[in-house]
Design a binder for this molecule. Structure first.
Ligand code: NAP
Length: 307
């Protein structure tokens, strides 16, 4: 049986791996479908302390991975299918039939951007449909684009995109923004951003070119339909945590974020770190910080059990 199993290899998981490895706990790190997590879909990271000139997201994750490995972290590819949390011997069932067992588990499976779920949207992800302005904004220099959402993320994305283009349509399903006043005001006062209120996307158009060319929209109050021409569609309707295998096994909020107190979940020996338990900050550095906290909590727990 392992002493520590870490689920996920974003900044939270890899920091937990570094700390538990340096504590000689030889953590086993389960690496899912997106090794390195959301940062591997980013280009330059300029706000991770320690890198004066910034660093590419995938490079940062590669460094973190190797740093933890240097102290004895081990990696195993696998998708968590289900779990049986039994204090003292938590079982993690992976795809392919493997089960791994540990005295402590650190869940750092992260979160992912939400999409509308339209068939046309799904088909065009990576071909004009994206959820990351930071990653893809520069591809749409001087082109018409749209952002969907009314929260802080949508405001932030739309404002960031004004660096590249002055033709931005913000599409929101209500007549009032959810975003904080300061962010909302910046958008409302920016003449590069035109807001379509009470509007939903019915279809992403590609006119048989397999690249986004426009949107079919509907006003939810009047029922009126319209079309706009765009080249890029930025989805900013929130994130959802990757917590499906843990549903019913751990306390979560209504969205599915794990409820943790200083990374301790309601189950003894099970800890949560990073975006999987944080819907507010969602930064690489905060994820790394909570990864460190979870590792220290796991160490203390093991010590208290004489392990
Ligand atoms: P959010 O606050 O949940 O907002 C999601 C937005 O998307 C809402 O306006 C929502 O509409 C809309 N939406 C959701 N599902 C939709 C659907 N199926 N179709 C159309 N529209 C849909 O999410 P967020 O903006 O990602 O922010 C998450 C948290 O991070 C918040 O606490 C936010 O304050 C924080 N954050 C802060 C900053 C910052 O301060 N710089 C930046 C980013 C995020 P409704 O309004 O109608 O529900």
């Amino acid at each position: 049986m392992e002493r520590v199993i870490i689920l996920g290899t974003g900044p939270a998981g890899l920091t937990a791996a570094l700390y538990t490895a340096r504590a000689n706990l030889e953590p086993l790190v389960i690496e899912g479908l997106e090794p390195g997590g959301q940062l591997t879909t980013t280009t330059e990271v300029e706000n991770y302390p320690g890198f004066v000139e910034g660093i590419m997201g995938p490079d940062l994750m590669d460094i973190m991975r190797r740093q933890a490995e240097r102290f004895g972290a081990r990696y195993k590819a696998g998708l968590v299918e289900s779990v049986d949390f039994e204090p003292g011997a938590h079982k993690i069932h992976l795809d392919g039939g493997d089960t791994v067992e540990a005295a402590t588990v650190i869940i750092s499976t992260g979160a992912r951007a939400k999409y509308l779920g339209l068939e046309s949207e799904q088909k065009l992800i990576g071909r004009g449909v994206t959820s990351c302005a930071t990653c893809d904004g520069a591809f749409y220099r001087n082109m018409p684009i749209a952002v969907v959402g009314g929260g802080d993320s949508a405001m932030e994305e739309a404002l960031f995109l004004t660096r590249f283009t002055s033709d931005i349509t913000l599409i929101h399903r209500r007549d009032e923004l959810r975003a904080s006043k300061i962010m909302a005001d910046r958008v409302l006062n920016n003449d590069k951003i035109n807001i379509r209120w009470d509007t939903v996307v019915e279809e992403v158009l590609d006119v048989e070119k397999n690249e986004v060319t426009g949107l079919k929209l509907k006003n939810v109050k009047t029922g009126e339909q319209s079309e706009i021409e765009i080249k890029g569609l930025f989805m900013a309707i929130g994130h959802e945590p990757n917590t499906k295998p843990f549903q019913g096994k751990l306390d979560m909020d209504e969205v599915g974020y794990i409820q943790a107190n200083n990374t301790r979940t309601n189950v003894e020996g099970v800890f949560a770190a990073g975006d999987v338990q944080d819907s507010v900050y969602r930064q690489a550095i905060t994820a790394a910080g909570t990864g460190c906290m979870a590792a220290l909590e796991a160490e203390r727990y093991l010590e208290s059990k004489g392990q």
